[in-house]
Design a protein around this ligand. Structure first.
Ligand SMILES: NC(=O)c1ccc[n+]([C@@H]2O[C@H](COP(=O)([O-])OP(=O)(O)OC[C@H]3O[C@@H](n4cnc5c(N)ncnc54)[C@H](OP(=O)(O)O)[C@@H]3O)[C@@H](O)[C@H]2O)c1
Length: 239
């Protein structure tokens, strides 16, 4: 199976890994629909992708069932769905903020359920769903318990959904650190943190959105891959 003339909806496609997935799909001759909460970001993403007639966007908040339902009802066609949306909070357990926790759970876990619910009836038998977990599920950092929890939950969800939604395939990408806009909100010195991590990683560098886009394409195209978590972390979980 290849992606030529297929339609891929990328929720979170306005930046980072979603943008990288959209770019990889366009390079293979697919059509892309980018979704996210911020129209201006999605418009800019389509411009930088130079998507032309092959790209459009829909404003949608993955935590709102009405938005998710409208996204799939309004799609003329959909072959594959990639979800990278995340609204995460990094905080000490003893200072837990419930509203921030709900945003994280909503964007990564409830959002995954809503996407599966509304996408599955629209997907063809060759279709697939790809979610995004991450290294925090296996190698958590202090202040990252919430991220570890939602990522770990996705590991279980893709296995369960792969059984229930078959023959639609359901998988997840598990990145290590990726140089994306997500780091702008974490409150660390990104350049210093990346330099230190690159020196520790077996591959010697931090991943780019394109590295993850390449892996997302593999999950969409590989007809024998379902219920899998594909680790693309440069060896991060071992160091
Ligand atoms: N970057 C890393 O180092 C790293 C490492 C491990 C795992 N991951 C995982 O990879 C995924 C993607 O991260 P990224 O680095 O690509 O981050 P990113 O650049 O911040 O992209 C996330 C995208 O999701 C959208 N989004 C956020 N909340 C949303 C919502 N409620 N509904 C719809 N769209 C929403 C954002 O746009 P709007 O705000 O406009 O909606 C944004 O474009 C996340 O699940 C993250 O946990 C990333």
């Amino acid at each position: 199976m290849n992606l030529h003339e297929r339609t891929v909806i990328v929720i979170g496609g306005g930046s980072g890994i979603g943008w990288g997935a959209a770019q990889a799909c366009l390079e293979r001759g697919a059509h892309v629909v980018l979704a996210g909460r911020t129209a201006s970001k999605l418009e800019r993403a389509l411009q930088t992708l130079q998507a032309g007639e092959r790209g459009r966007y829909v404003s949608a908040d993955i935590t709102k069932e009405g938005d998710v339902s409208a996204l799939f009802r309004g799609a003329e066609r959909v072959d594959h769905v990639v979800v990278t949306a995340a609204d995460l909070a990094y905080q000490p357990i003893v200072e837990f903020d419930v509203a921030a926790a709900q945003r994280a759970l909503g964007s990564k876990l409830l959002g995954a359920l809503l996407v599966a619910k509304h996408a599955a009836p629209r997907l063809p038998a060759h279709g697939s769903l790809t979610f995004t977990t991450g290294v925090a599920s296996e190698r958590p950092l202090p202040r990252g318990s919430l991220t570890a929890t939602v990522n770990g939950g996705l590991h279980s969800f893709v296995r369960a959904a792969a059984i229930e939604l078959a023959p639609i395939r359901v998988n997840a990408l598990s990145p290590g650190w990726v140089d994306s806009e997500l780091w702008d909100s974490i409150g660390v010195d990104k350049a210093a943190a990346f330099a230190q991590m690159a020196a520790r990683l077996p591959v010697g560098r931090i991943a780019t959105p394109a590295d993850l886009g390449h892996a997302a394409v593999f999950l969409m195209e590989s007809e024998m891959t379902t219920g899998a978590v594909l680790t693309v972390d440069g060896g991060h979980r071992f160091v």
